[in-house]
Design a protein around this ligand. Structure first.
Ligand code: NAD
Length: 265
């Protein structure tokens, strides 16, 4: 068995991959030889330039395809467009996600619905569209980026915590439906990673707890991580690459925490 990670000739589609963790995953998979489909909901020159940069850096093919992951139809059309270009999708990483922080009575219902759609429902739609392609090849990897908040909770994050718990359930169902077909489905549960998503919630958290930025980072965010260190996008990318290796053939229907010990507390 080849225990190295060799993804040459495989196509990896990663939702929400122009920033933060998704971009880190794109680099990690491209570094191991995979062709990459990048995604966000925007249609800017920078999105296409980013795809060119990844292609050049890693000597692979990389294409940006815009799709709004809050729309089920867009999710499915995105998979179909990717398959039209590359023939198939071998690796699907459901990563797109947003956050909003507010107490339940004040949590805007529209934002609640949007978080559930992007953070959870999009994984259902992309998986439904990609699975038949993977089945044709007899090989596939589905990796859902959940969160430590898929295993535990924090106040003021009702939609996010509900969505991430749902993603873990969906991961198990996907794994059971594909068992024995060469297709695995797993989730990764990161602790705090200092990306734009985390940066954006610091001001609201400062308000909720009446704290300075420094105190929020130290006493709210990293207080949950016994390592007292943020996880990095490279570490999450490396974990996805491992799940795509042959060594992970029998790892399915489970989650890997990359959280500095948070969920051991
Ligand atoms: P980020 O804000 O840096 O990146 C999110 C990406 O999703 C961006 O590329 C953005 O353009 C894209 N996106 C947002 N809305 C979209 C939509 N409607 N359609 C398509 N793309 C959309 O965030 P991040 O921190 O890198 O988070 C990535 C994933 O990791 C999320 O699912 C998040 O919940 C999860 N996560 C993050 C952390 C953390 O600490 N940063 C911890 C645990 C889990």
């Amino acid at each position: 068995m080849d225990l190295s990670v060799n993804l040459k000739g495989k196509t990896a589609a990663i939702t929400g991959s122009t920033s933060g963790i998704g971009l880190g995953i794109a680099h990690a998979l491209a570094e191991n030889g995979a062709n990459i489909i990048l995604n966000s909901f925007t249609n800017n020159d920078e999105d296409y330039e980013l795809a060119d940069e990844i292609a050049k850096t890693h000597n692979v093919n990389c294409t940006y395809i815009a799709a709004d992951m809050s729309s089920g139809d867009d999710c499915r059309a995105w998979v179909e467009k990717a398959a039209d270009i590359y023939g198939t999708i071998d690796i699907l990483v459901n990563n797109a996600g947003i956050q909003h922080v507010a107490p339940i009575p004040e949590f805007p219902a529209q934002i609640y619905d949007k978080i559930i759609a992007i953070n959870m429902n999009s994984a259902f739609h992309t998986t439904a569209a990609a699975l038949p392609l993977m089945r044709t090849n007899g090989w596939g990897r589905i990796v859902n980026i959940a969160s430590a908040h898929g295993l535990t909770a924090s106040p003021f994050k009702v939609a996010y915590v509900a969505a991430k718990h749902g993603v873990l359930g969906m991961t198990k169902v996907t794994a059971l439906e594909c068992a024995g077909e060469g297709i695995t489905a797993n989730a990764i549960c990161p602790g705090y990673v200092l990306t734009p998503l985390v940066e954006a919630q610091i001001p609201d958290t400062m308000k909720e707890y009446d704290m300075t930025r420094e105190d929020v980072v130290k006493n709210i965010l990293l207080s949950r991580q016994p390592s007292k260190e943020f996880a990095t996008v490279e570490e999450i990318g490396g974990t996805v690459a491992f799940l795509c290796s042959e060594a992970a053939n029998q790892i399915t229907g489970t989650s890997i925490s990359v959280d500095g010990g948070w969920t051991s507390l």
